[in-house]
Design a protein around this ligand. Sequence first.
Ligand code: ADP
Ligand code: MG
Length: 240
Amino acid sequence: QEKLLQKSEKLALLGQMAAGIAHEIRNPLTSIKGFVQLFKSNSQKDEYFDIVLSELDRINGIVGEFLVLAKPTADIFEKQDLTKLINEVILLSSTQSVLNNVEIAAENNLHAPMIHCEKNQLKQVFLNIIKNAIEAMPGGGELNIKVFKKSGNTISIQFIDQGVGISEDRISSLGEPFYTTKEKGTGLGLMICYKIIENHNGRLIVESKVGEGTKIEIELPYEGDSIHAEDDQNGNIVLI
Ligand code: ADP
Ligand code: MG
């Protein structure tokens, strides 16, 4: 219990820091990148500019993972159509998924319920998770997104990939700031996800088998009115 508290306090502090830093870095970064691209097109020294550009992209990636937390406006929690949110994020990820031969399938989310959430934050969570899933399948594959109703007015959103997987001893490190196994990773994506889901009174659960794939499950509370559901064979309740 004590350890959990410390972890979430640290995350809160980090979130506040991130907000300030990301905001300050974004604008100058964008203008520097523009100038470098301009110089590059007028120069012989291509490789130097490529290094500068790729480092700028790296900074941009780090800042990008913090972006929703960096918004100066207050969080707006309101009822949102989960189906619509998921579809928007799939569309946003489509360039990356197509380039990496990853097919994103989201068949049973057509009648997902309305949920009370901060739209941009939740989209950032979905984006970060989908990005990780695509990166976990370097040879391509399928990413399944499923939405289930669970008991106790909980909605479960599952992202199931066929990627490299995560060994058991590494699962507890997920969400620690800067924990990454990727050469160009930031190790911030999941930390942000945990923080946002915590903000929504939800849970993020990771299940994985090395060499088989990973399931990232997000549980969120919702108001369980007008929702149609039935049992599937696995004891999950499928939205119909
Ligand atoms: P990054 O993607 O920049 O490395 P994240 O916080 O998004 O940072 O993820 C941290 C680490 O968690 C990744 O480096 C990777 O080792 C592991 N990981 C996350 N999602 C998956 C996944 N779907 N499949 C395999 N490993 C994953
Ligand atoms: Mg990531």
